[in-house]
Structure formats: structure tokens, C-alpha cells
Design a protein. Structure first.
Length: 514
């Protein structure tokens, strides 16, 4: 029997082949790279800025456009995979991801870099929902599927945490483009092995792909995420209000259109399932609470405590280790106790760890930080794995692409909102510090832009003044980080309570599908 036949056959006739686990190995490769790519650019930004000399606005777009495009296209791509075949979409996306990574590595201007990052986002949007949807269709045994989803989630967590470590190691020896070139050999391996090992699966009665819905979801999500980020950075302006209104209008029109189509891009009836809606909401708010913290913690480790990029990346590893450990056992424990106990418990643990981070100061020893990060990882591994399982298990497998795309969109939106809103808290508190009176206006203005700006601006001052100004800037940054951690803790603890009620009676599947 061929590998593909084994993967598509019911469990009863399946001889527990290694084929499906090898196929899972191919799928997690894709997840690993998309996760690494989301975090690796942060470390490369200083070198990239020196080389391409982007303006402040261009630098923001280089950082943001990747996640904007991914968030805007996930639902459309998940639905396209349901229609044309998830394997076909995944392998096409992987080939494009590898090719566009080369374009990113050798970009010669800020404009070229922005376009290359946007194209990388398009390719990335084809990978994430396809991987989860294929897992839903490869693993017919719910307990095996829980373990597979755990491995998938653990890889995503590890990828996000390993990104800074890999980036730090590469940047110590090579130029900034090297952080993109690592994608190429992995994507070539994925395509070559995937052609042989992955089964094709799609929805046999999906109907045509509605391009109007694609346009509405893209405009709606990107406009809303952009408006949130702009409000957080520059405050509310007429342009931002108009963008937010356009986004909200497009999303409203998208939802209305889905109810009227015989073959909708996204079946809105999925949200009538309380477990599905509760799991999606838990994902969104969890990432919201975490993303702002992770984004600013890297700066704390490097610019406040003086660690180099590689050391800072390694310092954040306990979160990934915790997520891997609990991600692999989450399904088993959710069956033994209950879904809501594991999810609410995981969210509560993250909330308490963030509350502990309200105690940090400039001289905080690593044990406190490392322990808090480990608890964050342990909690995230439990909650993310079980919510992904709930989302996939509560829909027919024909709609696996759309369902997993909703899960991924919640993740991306949560990350964008978290960095924007919690970031605005950190920035607001940070900008309140007072530079020494002897510092000239332009230097003081540069110092108030960001902590990195203050460290850079201090190089033009005499040692004593520089020390006083950087000290004041670091104190203000830590105050902002403490306040953002407190808000994140409150959000996570409230989400834990909401999950306890929304996931009442929710169970993971037990019986084998045929």
C-alpha cells in the first residue's frame, strides 16, 4: 500500500504506519519557519537600517507588513485550500516562501524590502492553515490527533523563541540577509519530501472561491490592524478614524455576504458552536496579553540589562521549553480532567506569571525572569494546544481549512493588538522621563523616541550626562514594562474566567473516525 493510500485509509485498515508521522514532520517544518520569520527580523533591524537607510515610517512598514498581509489573507487562503486541495496550496506556498526569502535577503532599497516582506506574508498565509487542516485529515484517531496538534503547537512556540537565538548567531558571523536565506534549504526539503509523503485533501462540495469576499476580508483585517497600530503610536487622527471605519465596514459587509452565499468563504454558523467561539476568543486574548510582553522583553534584556542578541535570545528559551513540554501532554490531561480545567488553568498560570513581572527592576536577577517565562510557556502550551484541538474537532473535516484559518487569524490579530495597545502603554510611560537640562533639544527628542534612540543619542554626550540620561530612560522603560505586564496579567486572568464558563461541557473527541 502506498504512503498516500495509508494516510487516506480509515484507522481500522491502517497498519499504524510511520507515514502519517513522517508527514507531520514535513508539516511542522513549515510552521517552524513561519514562526522563526515572525521574530527573527527584530534582531536584524539595526544592521538592516544601517545598510538600507529607511525612514522611520519605512522601517515600521518593513516590520509590520508581513503580519498585516498574513492576518488579512489567512481566512481566504484557508478557504482556497479547502477548494483546490491543501497539499497543492501548501507546496505552492512553500516554493514561493523559499523564492521570496531570497528576494528579502538581497533587497537593495527600503521600498524593495517592503514589497518583499509583503510577498513573504502572502506565501506565509498559505502555509499555516494548510498545515493544521492536513493534520485534521491525516489523523483519524482523536488521541493521536491531540498529540499531533501538540507537536504542531510546540513547534510554533519553539520557532518563535528560537528565532532570536538563530538570528543572534547568524548576525554575529554574517550580514543581515542571512536570516532570510536559512528559509531556502528548509523549504526545498519540504517541497521534495511533501510531494511524496503528504496526502491530498479538500472539500468535495466547496463551490467557487468568492473573490469579492477575499477582497472584503483583506481590506477589513488590514485596515483594522493598521488603525489600531497607528492609534497606539500616533494617537487618533482623521485618517486613522477613516481607515478604522473602512475596515469595520468591509468586515460587516464580509459577514453579511457569507450568510447570503450558497458556498461561503467562511461558514459563519461555526461561531454558533460555543466551544469553537470560546476557543477562538481564548486564543485571541492570550496572544494579546503575551505579545506585548515578548516584544518589549527583548529590549529589556539587551538595552536595560546589557546582554548581547544571542544571550538575550537564549534568556527567552524557558518559555519555549515550557510550551513544548505541556503541548505534548495537553490532550491527555484535557481528557483526564476537562477541557475547561486545562485551558482556564493554563491561562491563569500565564496571568500570574505576568503579575510577577510587575515586580521587575533594572537589577532583577535572571532566576525571577527565567521562572516567570517558564510558567508562561507551561501555561501557553496547555491552553493553545487544547483550544486548537477544540477548534478543529468542532467542525466537519471538509471545513478544516476554514476553521484553522479562523484560529490563525485570531492569533495574528491578538499579536497585532497586543503589540499596539500594550506597546502604547510602554511608550507612553517611557516618554514621560526627563532628560538632563544640559542636553540639546534634538538629542533629547531622539532619546524620547525609543530606548534604542536614547542609547544611540547618548554617544554624542559627555560620559556623566550620558549615564544620567540613559539611566533615566531605562527607569522609565522598566516602569512602562511593569504597567504593561500588569494590564496583560489582568487580561489573561479575565480570559481564564471567561474560558471556564464558555468551555463548560466541552470535551475532546474519543472515538475513531472512519
Amino acid at each position: 500500500m502506498s504512503t498516500t493510500q495509508q494516510l487516506n485509509s480509515p484507522i481500522g485498515t491502517e497498519t499504524r504506519s510511520r507515514g502519517r508521522w513522517l508527514a507531520l514532520g514535513v508539516l511542522v517544518l513549515a510552521v517552524l519557519l513561519v514562526a522563526v520569520d515572525a521574530t527573527v527580523l527584530g534582531l536584524a533591524t539595526p544592521a538592516l537600517s544601517e545598510d538600507l537607510k529607511p525612514s522611520g515610517t519605512q522601517l515600521l512598514w518593513i516590520g509590520d507588513i508581513y503580519s498585516f498581509v498574513i492576518a488579512g489573507l489567512l481566512v481566504s487562503m484557508g478557504s482556497l485550500g479547502d477548494r483546490i486541495g491543501r497539499k497543492k496550496l501548501l507546496l505552492t506556498g512553500a516554493a514561493a516562501f523559499g523564492a521570496v526569502s531570497v528576494l528579502n535577503a538581497y533587497a537593495t532599497s527600503p521600498e524593495m524590502m517592503i514589497v518583499a516582506r509583503a510577498l513573504l506574508g502572502v506565501a506565509g498565509a498559505t502555509l499555516m492553515p494548510s498545515t493544521l487542516a492536513l493534520i485534521r485529515n491525516i489523523f483519524h484517531d482523536p488521541k493521536e490527533r491531540s498529540l499531533a496538534i501538540g507537536i504542531w503547537g510546540a513547534t510554533a512556540s519553539a520557532g518563535a523563541a528560537v528565532g532570536p537565538v538563530v538570528g543572534g548567531a547568524l548576525l554575529q558571523h554574517f550580514w543581515w540577509g542571512s536570516v532570510f536565506l536559512i528559509n531556502l534549504p528548509v523549504m526545498i526539503a519540504l517541497v521534495v519530501v511533501g510531494i511524496k509523503l503528504l496526502p491530498e485533501s479538500k472539500n468535495p462540495v466547496a463551490g467557487p472561491w468568492d473573490l469579492v469576499s477575499v477582497g472584503l476580508s483583506l481590506i477589513g483585517v488590514i485596515s483594522v490592524v493598521y488603525a489600531v497600530k497607528e492609534v497606539a503610536t500616533h494617537g487618533l487622527t482623521w485618517e486613522v478614524a477613516a481607515t478604522a471605519t473602512l475596515g469595520a465596514g468591509a468586515l460587516y459587509a464580509f459577514v453579511r455576504r457569507q450568510f447570503s452565499l450558497p458556498s461561503p468563504l467562511l461558514d459563519m454558523r461555526l461561531f454558533k458552536h460555543r466551544g469553537f467561539s470560546g476557543a477562538v476568543l481564548a486564543d485571541l486574548l492570550t496572544v494579546f496579553g503575551l505579545s506585548g510582553l515578548v516584544f518589549f522583553l527583548s529590549q529589556f534584556l539587551q538595552l536595560v540589562q546589557g546582554r548581547d542578541p544571542l544571550e538575550a535570545g537564549l534568556a527567552e528559551l524557558p518559555a519555549a521549553i515550557g510550551a513544548v513540554v505541556t503541548g505534548l501532554i495537553a490532550g491527555r490531561y484535557a481528557r483526564r480532567y476537562s477541557v475547561r480545567t486545562i485551558v482556564a488553568g493554563g491561562l491563569g498560570a500565564i496571568g500570574l506569571a505576568l503579575a510577577v513581572l510587575t515586580l521587575i527592576h533594572k537589577e532583577s536577577g535572571y532566576p525571577l525572569l527565567g521562572a516567570a517565562l517558564l510558567v508562561v510557556g507551561l501555561g501557553a502550551g496547555f491552553s493553545f494546544t487544547v483550544t486548537a484541538d477544540v477548534i478543529l474537532s468542532s467542525v466537519p473535516k471538509e471545513q478544516a481549512g476554514s476553521a484553522s484559518a479562523v484560529s490563525e487569524t485570531a492569533y495574528e490579530l491578538g499579536a497585532a493588538l497586543g503589540i499596539a495597545l500594550l506597546g502604547s502603554i510602554v511608550t507612553g510611560v517611557y516618554q514621560s522621563f526627563t532628560a538632563p537640562a544640559s542636553v540639546a533639544g534634538p538629542v533629547a527628542d531622539a532619546a524620547h523616541e525609543s530606548l534604542g534612540g536614547a542609547v544611540e543619542a547618548a554617544k554624542s554626550l559627555d560620559p556623566h550626562t550620558a549615564q544620567v540620561m540613559v539611566g533615566a530612560a531605562q527607569d522609565a522603560f522598566v516602569d512602562g514594562l511593569r504597567l504593561a505586564s500588569g494590564v496583560g496579567a489582568a487580561v489573561l486572568l479575565a480570559t481564564a474566567v471567561a474560558a471556564w464558563f464558555l468551555l463548560k461541557g466541552q470535551r475532546l473527541q474519543e472515538g475513531v473516525e472512519h
